[in-house]
Design a protein around this ligand. Structure first.
Ligand code: PEP
Ligand code: MG
Length: 956
């Protein structure tokens, strides 16, 4: 016969059924049941109990009936409890009372049902009065049973019981429950029984067994109650786990002033401080403590009121924490000075407490450093590093209907400020009027960056997670929400509106970049910085140590065997310094074009673009050279000893020019007004901008294509890089420059541009009389480059996956428009599991990456591989990068700590097993390697010979 019920002393039997694994034990008897069994084994005073399994619950869900034999097993177990307690269920002289408590594998606090005081009837209540001499307690307990049974088992609404209760108290002139006498409670029992009769047409069962049977069934049913289902959806708890039912002997904290009940955490769950935190009430039942109707006492006071019980409680909870090696959340009851433990479970805690408890426990030797690292989630680190709204204030704002709109949570953290609708005004108000500013735009462009930098937060009504606003905000650590499409921005009227709620320029708004919520008005915030969080800093150094273990990944020769490194995307020296202080060990992407947008440089850049001859262009570039050199100098200095990847110019040139519409408007206005001064110049500019127009600029003249069309720009950039590196090297700084060519689609592009850039690099080193190692490599952003990576790697000494573009090109989704137009619906409808611009699509984009690495390393086994798209800071994407053999991930400086922790998590999760993920076995890869190497050699030889022949024919 299948075992559906386990007794309090049957922990071994459950372990056997579960195959000895504690997680599976919890799967069978639920978290609460497992805790009770484990405590009983450890001789902790737990009231005798038995547990009906989750398997029984699942059977019930299928058939709507108790599985065969289950009820009989309950009755047998009940007999054992009677034996242990010396009481008898339903016996009027010495009645046993029990509670019926839900308890799933994962804690679902308050989501399912519980019935207390089962076994009380008119008869047993009288018996209890005789036994305890405390009729007030007995009838209070009895009316609680009728009420709970009525609401939980029979589904009667709470109000049906509250109404007669309130009427009774009013009649008697009572304000509080404590004023109710024994007779009053006895009267309430009768009134509540009438409620049951009225509402359901049945009498409250006077058969204790019927009470138990129906209560068990009600707990089973509550697994599929709305609350429980909603909670499971939110917490990603599977629906097929089922709940166990714990039938536990009742012990009473409401037996008088020698009794009490309480809850406690073994450490402070909000700060992590190593000090018991709890509260209790004398003469009360469990729910009174949490219900907040009476003022509770701090647990320390128990020491004076009941010293022995307190000592015993501290001793037991200390042992429980040592046993579980985790902060415990316990429930206890003292019945006539005797302590009973009713529950122990790992306590929920804030992010701050999670870090402190993990680090403290490792320092105390309770857990290993690896375990400490595992216990903190990347989301918790994220929460700690960004200013966030005060929880209470946020709840108040939400319940009072202050949510204005919802958008894509593009850059985490909270910000409060006055709304301004263009970059210039935002900057002016921040700088001159010293206001806290939120810049609000339909979308942002590179020439809005000054406004974004000046702002506390950015809000756009269009764009997605990799839109300009999102990328730049993340890079600067500015909270940002994009694509809040319900907001209608009226730039003329200087206001925005959602339905009838209008926010005018200068009015206060609050944005939560972590959730994507926009609020009207100001919400108070709490701030954070990494340097001040010593425990977090310690935890992250432990995470790094995990990743540096050279036995983390089993890989072919040349591939990384340690875990991932974390580099940062940084354009300016101050970002690089921040990246270093956050623990980045390299710059994975410096987007040089951002430097071109600085107000004093933009006119020179525009002159360079409009140049009609190469000489004119070179003259403008020569003006830019010293400033670019200075930028790079600062980067190398900040990253002394660490690699710095500098990407050559990438965006289409029209991005550096005024918009065609603006120019046209200006020209028309000038013409209408008859203004001639400067008109010709404007018209010339307009024509030039028109000439640059492309229907698909993202697929147009940009990246390496632009470098081939106008090599002078990248030649200047490479000169600036190497001059800066040489100057730094002379000052004793260790420089490791890596020049990155963007948007390569075919190796031929590299063949065209790379040698002439390498020549410049060498020439500069000769001129300066210094030499240092450097690399030339490429971004893999175009599927063709990924597919032909074996050839690309002939020239490229490193790959960096630009997964923003690679995702765009692989899906064929515009990275600027998709989220606004259809991506949200796709995710809602389950067409896509997640937004692929936030979390790597492993099946498509991820597969291309994997193939690119494997093929690239057949040509160049020690090819350095990184990722610098926005996915580099996303924990799930980081896992994929580890599995496919990346050397590092690169993300915005503010995400570096999150990535360090995530990298350690995957290193621990996949230790030694990385190449299992469908990659080609090592032997095959080695065979392929030599074959491809041979092919590559012959290709290179053929090309060399062709070049020689060409040169020879030119000489002739
Ligand atoms: C990318 O495409 O992933 C990338 C990093 O480049 P950008 O976002 O600048 O196009
Ligand atoms: Mg790109």
């Amino acid at each position: 016969m299948k075992k559906w019920v386990y007794l309090f002393d049957e922990v071994r039997e459950v372990e056997k059924a579960a195959g000895g694994d504690w997680d599976s034990v919890k799967g069978i008897v639920g978290g609460k049941g497992a805790g009770l069994l484990d405590m009983t084994r450890a001789k902790v005073p737990v009231p005798p109990f038995f547990t009906v399994t989750t398997e029984a619950c699942n059977e019930y869900q299928k058939t709507g009936k108790f599985p065969k034999g289950m009820w009989e097993q309950e009755l047998v177990a009940l007999k054992q409890i009677e034996k242990k307690t010396g009481k008898k269920f339903g016996d009027p002289k010495n009645p046993l009372l029990v509670s019926c408590r839900s308890g799933a594998k994962f804690s679902m606090p308050g989501m399912m049902d519980t019935v207390l005081n089962i076994g009380l009837t008119d008869q047993t209540a009288e018996g209890m009065v005789q036994l305890t001499g405390n009729p007030r307690f007995v009838y209070d307990s009895y009316r609680r049973l009728v009420e709970m049974f009525g609401t939980v088992v029979l589904g009667i609404p709470d109000e049906a019981f509250e109404a007669p209760m309130n009427a009774y108290k009013a009649k008697k002139g009572y304000k509080l429950d404590v004023e109710m006498t024994a007779d009053d409670w006895k009267q309430m029992v009768q009134e509540f029984r009438q409620v049951v009769q009225r509402e359901k047409g049945i009498d409250f069962p006077q058969d204790p067994f019927k009470q138990l049977e129906l209560a068990t069934e009600a707990v089973f049913k509550s697994w599929n109650g709305k609350r429980a289902i909603d909670y499971r959806r939110h917490e990603h708890i599977p629906d097929d786990l089922g709940t166990a039912v714990n039938i536990v002997t009742m012990v009473f904290g409401n037996m008088g002033d020698e009794s009490g009940t309480g809850v406690a955490f073994t450490r402070n769950p909000s700060t992590g401080e190593e000090k018991m935190m709890g509260e209790y009430l004398l003469n009360a039942q469990g729910e009174d403590v949490v219900a907040g109707i009476r003022n509770t006492n701090a647990i320390e006071n128990l020491k004076n009121q009941m010293p022995e019980a307190y000592e015993q409680f501290m001793d037991i909870t200390g042992k429980l924490e040592t046993h579980y090696k985790e902060m415990q959340d316990v429930e206890f009851t003292i019945e006539n000075r005797k302590l009973w433990m009713l529950q122990t479970r790992n306590g929920k805690r804030t992010a701050k407490a999670a870090v402190k408890i993990a680090v403290d426990m490792a320092n105390e030797g309770l857990i290993t450093r690896e375990e400490a690292v595992k216990r903190v989630t990347p989301e918790q680190v994220d929460a700690l590093l960004h200013p966030h709204f005060d929880d209470k204030a946020k709840q108040n704002a939400e319940s009072s209907g202050s949510i204005f709109a919802k958008g894509v949570n593009a850059s985490p953290g909270a910000a409060v400020g006055q709304a301004y609708f263009d970059a210039d005004t935002a900057e002016k108000m921040a700088k001159e009027s010293k206001q806290d500013v939120i810049m609000v735009r339909p979308f942002t462009k590179p020439d809005d960056v000054h406004g974004m930098i000046a702002a506390k937060g950015v809000l756009t009504s269009e764009g997605g997670a990799t839109s300009h606003a999102a990328v730049v905000a993340r890079q600067f650590g500015i909270p940002c929400i994009v694509g809040a499409s319900s907001i209608k921005i009226d730039l003329e009227k200087r206001e925005m509106a959602v339905d009838h709620t209008v926010v005018k320029e200068g009015e206060w708004i609050s944005i939560d970049g972590t959730t994507g919520n926009v609020y009207v008005g100001k919400i108070p915030m709490t701030a954070a910085s990494l340097e001040e969080q010593t425990e977090l800093m310690t935890l992250l150094t432990w995470a790094d140590a995990i990743c540096t273990d050279p036995k983390t990944r089993v890989s072919p020769k040349g591939w990384p065997t340690r875990g991932l490194q974390v580099w940062a995307n940084a354009d300016y020296p101050k970002d690089a310094r921040r990246a270093r202080s956050y623990g980045a060990v390299g710059i994975g992407l410096c987007r040089t074009e951002h430097m071109f947008f600085e107000p004093e440089r933009l006119p020179i850049v525009q002159r360079m673009i409009l140049a009609e001859t190469s000489a004119e262009r070179t003259a403008a570039l020569n003006e830019l050279l010293p400033t670019q050199r200075k930028d790079f100098d600062g980067l190398f200095e900040a990253m002394d000893g660490y690699p710095v990847i500098i990407r050559l110019i990438d965006p289409p040139l029209h991005e550096f020019m005024p918009s065609e519409e603006d120019l046209l408007e200006e020209v028309i206005t000038m013409r209408v007004k008859g203004e001639t001064a400067g008109l010709e110049e404007k018209e010339h500019l307009l024509n030039a901008v028109k000439g640059m127009h492309e229907s698909n600029p993202m697929m147009g003249l940009r990246g390496v294509r632009l470098s081939i069309a106008m090599p002078e720009i990248v030649e200047m950039q490479v000169r600036a890089i190497f001059e800066a590196a040489a100057d730094c090297a002379k000052r004793g700084i260790v420089v490791k420059p890596e020049v990155m060519i963007p948007l390569t689609g075919t190796v031929k592009e590299l063949e065209w541009i790379q040698p002439r850039l390498v020549r410049i690099a060498k020439a500069v080193m000769d001129e300066k009389g210094v030499s240092f190692t450097y690399k030339f490599g490429t971004m893999i952003e175009i599927p063709r480059a990924a597919v032909t990576s074996a050839e690309v790697a002939e020239l490229a000494e490193f790959f960096s996956f630009g997964t923003n573009d690679l995702t765009q090109m692989t899906f064929g989704y515009s990275r600027d428009d998709a989220e606004r137009n259809f991506l949200v619906t796709y995710v809602e409808q389950g067409i896509l599991p997640k937004n692929p611009f936030q979390t790597l699509d492993r099946d498509g984009v991820g597969r291309l990456m994997k193939m690119a690495i494997e093929d690239g390393r057949t040509t160049r086994p020690n090819l350095e591989v990184g990722i610098c798209g926005e996915h580099g800071g996303d924990p799930e994407s980081i896992e994929w990068c580890h599995l496919i053999g990346n050397n590092y991930v690169s993300c915005s400086p503010f995400r570096v700590p999150i990535a360090r922790l995530a990298a350690a998590h995957v290193a621990l999760k996949h230790k030694g097993s990385v190449r299992k993920q469908g990659a080609r076995p090592v032997k095959k890869a080695a065979a392929r390697l030599s074959a491809t190497k041979a092919k590559a050699k012959s290709r290179i030889a053929t090309r060399k010979a062709a070049r020689k022949a060409k040169a020879a024919s030119r000489k002739k």
